[in-house]
Design a protein around this ligand. Sequence first.
Ligand code: CAO
Length: 559
Amino acid sequence: MALVEIKVPDIGDFADVSVIEVMVKVGDTVSQEQSLITVESDKASMEIPCSASGVVKEIKVKLGDKVHEGSVVLMLEASDSAAAPTTVVAPAPTASASKPPPTPASAPAPSVSASSLIEVMVPDIGDFKDVSVIELLVKPGDTVQVEQSLITIESDKASMEIPSSATGVLKELKVKVGDKVNIGDFIALVQGSAAASNSAVAAPAQPTVAAPSAAPQSASSAASASSVQAPAQVPLHQPGAAISSAGPVPHASPSVRKFARELGVPLEEVKGTGIKARITHEDVQAFSRSVMQGTVSTKAQQSRGVGASGAGSGAALGLLPWPVVDFAKFGPIERKPMSRIKKISGANLHRNWVMIPHVTNHDDADITELEAFRVSTNKENEKSGVKVTMLAFLIKACVSALKKFPEFNSSLDGEDLVYKSYYNIGFAADTPNGLMVPVIKNADTKGVLQISQEMGELAKKARDGKLSPAEMTGATFTISSLGGIGGRYFNPIINAPEVSILGVCKSTMQPVWNGKEFAPRLMLPMSLSWDHRVIDGAAAARFNAHLGQILSDFRRVLL
Ligand code: CAO
């Protein structure tokens, strides 16, 4: 067993590149070709493979160190001393990374296809073959500079950005995400700006790619080799510009990207904890674990309304994660799955609460005479078996208000308001399995007796879980009555795509000033929630006032 030095192999012109990841530790058994560290320049990252198999005895680099060809990475007790001489060990790296990529900042000489149309090719990328395009950093119409990154390509050992060899307007990208590219492939067509295109036209016959070389040229030497000079005022390197049109590119090594892809983790949503906020293997694992535990949800889940813990993690809104508590630590517990109805209605209520700018106006209606009328009507109709409810009167009163204020009976559809000429009133029904909203269709055409009868039937069906989808859809306005239970006021959540909802609570006898004295009146507390994108506060106040007038003198419904 020989102790050998494992060194950084030929990495082209990369001088003093940073170690951003150490992938092994002392005591690890490593095999030939296994990646040991990841190094990174501002344009590319690559993993440095081991040149022998054996056991890691000492690691000679740490995060943040700068390394170059020949730097000792670690001491290895080689299992095969023949394969790993004790002197400098920098064998040809893996097949896929036998020659780490030259700095892609060396833009190849462009090919001039027309007076000012410049073809941008893949420069010398070493021995990399059929490398996948993983990101497009610009789009047609963007103004690009010489050396500005156009696309990112990635093999299983390295990722690198391919720069533009010309300044001008990007006319066409010849590749898409997923395409495989090789040295010399035509990737983009740039319409040269005046200075750049003049240079291009003045240039002698150009090679379409720079001469293959493992030793990349500097940006300026690449430009001069092709005789295409960037205008003096054009900055040669604009890292910010590379991402401005396509959003920030997650900062991660190729193996971490691959790992994230395998798990289906959206890398752009992972917070990097490595150097320069780089995303590490552990970050991807932690993100994946949080999603599985329900403490974090991805943006895709959020857009589908699948919140972490069924309650929304808040992560997408930049909020603190949902608290995870071991309730059993504090006392006995029983865990029960939520009913299907609760899960469905919960997701709908959550969306409506978050997406609709709600405002609620509270008011009182004097229903003294109406309640007396209701009680006497029920006495008269005792034998009919149909009990007239306050809710039936409310439905009729609301239809009258909806007719007078049509925006309350509308729905938002993009930038249009859809006004409905029918009046279907939903009513919230409390059932053992959760909240359901049956709908009284065409309430404007029905009398209070008929509405009361239908409501009784629908409420029973709701409690028995027998409502059909047709009986729960098509509402234009909803009423939620807690009058039979109690309470004063509450903020009902609008039932999208409706734009308003009326909540009523238990009526009580109140001393009301009639101009001469306080008189006992039966007052009904009303809470009207409305969508402020569609309705203004003044309209809401008028709606409630109209409702109050009708309820205090129901003859007004006829007007
Ligand atoms: N003030 C005072 N008493 C009222 C009243 C009010 N606003 N509304 C109803 N009452 C009385 C009724 O007169 C009835 O009394 P009697 O038995 O003496 O006649 C009693 O309360 C029970 O009424 P009810 O609830 O059976 O009938 P309803 O027409 O008022 O309501 C229904 C029907 C289906 C809406 C109701 O049963 C229900 O489920 N309410 C809950 C709705 C709900 O959960 N809303 C909250 C949604 S937001 O989470």
